[in-house]
Design a protein around this ligand. Sequence first.
Ligand SMILES: CCCCC/C=C\C/C=C\C/C=C\C=C\C(=O)SCCNC(=O)CCNC(=O)[C@H](O)C(C)(C)COP(=O)(O)OP(=O)(O)OC[C@H]1O[C@@H](n2cnc3c(N)ncnc32)[C@H](O)[C@@H]1OP(=O)(O)O
Ligand SMILES: Cc1cc2nc3c(=O)[nH]c(=O)nc-3n(C[C@H](O)[C@H](O)[C@H](O)COP(=O)(O)OP(=O)(O)OC[C@H]3O[C@@H](n4cnc5c(N)ncnc54)[C@H](O)[C@@H]3O)c2cc1C
Length: 672
Amino acid sequence: MKINKPKHDVNPDLAKERLKCNFNIEEVTNIIDGGKDKTVQRKKIEDIALNNGASLDEVPEECLSIKERYENAVRKSCVYGNLVRNEMLEITGIENFESPVLRRTADAFFKDISPFMLHLGMFVPTLIGQCTPEQTAEWLPKALDMQIIGAYAQTELGHGTFIRGLETTATYNPEKEEFVLHSPTITSYKWWAGGLGKTANHCVVMAQLYTQGKCHGTHLFIVKIRDLDTHMPLPGITVGEIGPRMGFSSADNGFLRFDHFRIPRENMLMKHAKVEKDGVYVKSAKHGKLTYGTMVFIRVTLVSEMSFNISKAATIAIRYSAVRRQTELRPNEPEPQILDYPTQQHKLFICIATAHAFQLTSCWLWNTFQAVLADMKKGNVDTLPELHALSSCLKAVSTSDALSHIEQCRFACGGHGYMLSSNLPFIYSFVAATRTYEGDYTVLLLQTARFLVKASEQAEAGKKLTQTVSYLNRTANADRLNWDNTHEGIIKSFQVIAAGKIGQCVKSIRDRTASGMDYEDAWLMTTVQLVGAAEAHCRAVLLNTYWSEMRKITEASSADVKKVMHQLAVLYLMYWALEKTGDLLKYSSVSKKDLDELQRRYEELLAELRPNAVGLVDAFDLRDEILHSSLGSYDGRVYERLIEEAHKSPLNDEPVNQSFHKYTKPLMLGKL
Ligand SMILES: CCCCC/C=C\C/C=C\C/C=C\C=C\C(=O)SCCNC(=O)CCNC(=O)[C@H](O)C(C)(C)COP(=O)(O)OP(=O)(O)OC[C@H]1O[C@@H](n2cnc3c(N)ncnc32)[C@H](O)[C@@H]1OP(=O)(O)O
Ligand SMILES: Cc1cc2nc3c(=O)[nH]c(=O)nc-3n(C[C@H](O)[C@H](O)[C@H](O)COP(=O)(O)OP(=O)(O)OC[C@H]3O[C@@H](n4cnc5c(N)ncnc54)[C@H](O)[C@@H]3O)c2cc1C
C-alpha cells in the first residue's frame, strides 16, 4: 500500500513498533473501507483534495479572531466545495454526495467545522427526502451545484426536543396562494441552525401549518432568506449568528425571525402531506412522522461519524504513547514507553475496538435504513418504528461512548493532549455536540424505550417479534441466565440483561398504575429505569452486530488479520462485560470466580494486542492533513511539532507585549 512518505525520519520508537506488527495493515484498511476498490477510490479522492496544499492554513485556525476564523473557513469551504462539485463527485457519483470519503477529506480543510457543512449535511438530504418530483427538479440541482446555499432551521429558542411545541407559524392564504411565515414570540426565534447566521441564502424551516383556520402540526418549507446578489437579508427576515460556543467556532450557527414573511404555496415541501390551491389540507397517506425523515437519516450516519472520530483520537493517542516515555519502572532502566502500561492500554485499545464496532454496525444500520426506504416506496411503513427505535438508541449510545473514549484519549496524552495543536480538544468538542444535536441522549433513549415496552408486551402475548428484539421472545420468562463464559455467552447475557430491565420497567409501570397513578405519571416515574433499559438493549444490539459482522467480513481474510480482528471483538465483549458486572450479577449466575477469570483474560488480551497497537491505528490510514495533530503524525516528531506550533502563537510575534508597558510596569512601579 502506498503510504504518504514522511518528510522527516520517523521517531525510532514508532519505527520499531511498525516492525513488531504481525498482520497485513493494508488488508485491515481494505476491510475498514469496505473493499480494496473502495480504498483505491478513497486515496484517489484524498489526493485530489489534499495534494495541492489548499487545505493548509498559514496561521492555525485557533489563533485567529472570530471574524477571521469564519472568513477563512468560508474561503476554504469554497475551495473545497468547488473540488467536490468539479472533481470528487465525478468519482463517487453524485448520489453519494454524503460519502464518508468526502466527509473525511473535509476534515483536512477544517480543524473545527465548515460553515457549509449543514448545506450538504441536512439541507440537501431534506430536499431529497421531502420534495415532490417537481420540487426536486426545481431545487436539488441548484443546491448540489451550490448556486443556492441552505440551512436546516427547525430548533427554536424555546424548543428543540419537543418538535410539536415549535411556535413558528405558516398560515396559508388561498387568495394569494401563499404561506405567511411568522415568529409570534421571542421563544419562536429559530436558533442554532448551522450555517444560517451568515452563510446560507436559503433554509428549510419547520413551522406549524395553518390552513382553513385549523392547525395541522409541523411541516417543512423552503425559504429564500437573502438576496442572491447582495446577500442582504430580505425584508421581513431578521437573521444573525448566535454567538461563541464550546466548539463549532468556525461556523455560523444562526438565529432567524420572520415578520409576516410571504412564500409561494409551492415552497411547502409536499412529498408526504400537502395543501391544495384552495387551502384543503391532505395529510400523509403513509405515516404522521415522515417529515422527521432527515433526522432519522442523520442519526443513521452519525454512527459511522463516531467511528471516524474515535479512530482519529485513537491514532493520535496511540502514536503519541509509543513515542512518550515516562517514569522508571526499575532503577537505572530506561523509562518505558507509556504504551507499555496496561492502564494506558485499557484506556486506548477499547477505542480501536469501538471504532471497528461502530463502523460495522453503521454499515449494517445503513442497509437496514435502505431496506426501510425501499419498503416505504412500496407503501409499507411497518418497519419504520423499529428503524426509529434502532437509529435513536444507536445515535445516543454511539455519540455518548465516542465522547467518553475521546476524553480517555486526551487523558492518555497527559498535558500535551490539552493543547489545541494535538487536535484532541477539537475532536472532543465536535463530538460533545453530537450527544445533544439531532436528538438529546436521554430523549432518544426514551423513544427506544417506548418501542421496547410495546415489544415486551407483544412477547408476553406470545407474538413473534422483529429481528432486533426477537431475543425478548426467547428471554421474556427467563429468570437468571446460566453464565456461559464464551463469546456467544456474553452476548446472550447482554440480551438477558436488556430483557430483564425492560421487564422490570413494565412491572414498575404496572405497579404504579395499579396503585392509582395514571399511565403518564407511571411512565414518568419509571424514566430513569427506561433509559437504562434502552441503553442495555443498545449494548446487546451493538455486541451482537459487531460480533456477527466481524465474523462475516473476515471470512476470506488471512489468518493473522482474522486473529487480530477477532481479538479486538473479544476485547470489546470483555470490556463491556466487566463494565457491567453489577448487571451480570443481577441477571445471570456469574460468580466472583467467573468475573476474576474474565478480568485475567482481559488483561492478557491487552498484552497480546500490544505489539499490534500502532499497526492497528496505521490501518485507519488517516493522513497527517486529516489528523491535524502535533502528537499523532505518522513520523512521530512530537516534540519538534509542539515547539513549531508554539512558535506560531501570535503572542510570540514580538519579544515584549505592549501590555507590559501599559499595565504591568505601572503596577510594578506603583504608578497604576
Ligand atoms: C457532507 C456530509 C456531512 C455529514 C455530517 C455529519 C453530521 C453532521 C450533521 C449535522 C450536524 C449538526 C446539526 C444538527 C442539526 C440538528 O440538531 S436539527 C434538529 C434535530 N432535532 C431533534 O432531533 C429533535 C428531537 N426530537 C424528536 O425527534 C421528537 O420530537 C421526539 C421523537 C422526541 C418526539 O416527537 P413528537 O412529535 O412529540 O412525537 P410523539 O412523542 O408524539 O410520538 C408519536 C409517535 O411517533 C414516533 N416517532 C417520533 N419520531 C419519529 C421518527 N423520526 N420516525 C418514526 N416515528 C417517530 C414516536 O416514537 C411515537 O410512536 P408511538 O406512538 O410510541 O408508536
Ligand atoms: C452544535 C449544535 C448544532 C445544532 N444545529 C442545529 C441545526 O442545524 N438545526 C436545528 O434545527 N437545530 C440544531 N441544533 C439544536 C439541537 O437539535 C437541539 O439543541 C437538540 O435537539 C436538543 O434540544 P434542546 O436544546 O431543546 O434541549 P432540551 O430538550 O431543552 O434539553 C435539556 C435537558 O432536558 C432534558 N429533557 C428534555 N425533554 C425531556 C423529556 N421529554 N424527558 C426527559 N428529559 C428531557 C434533556 O435530556 C436535557 O438534559 C444544534 C445544536 C447544537 C448544540
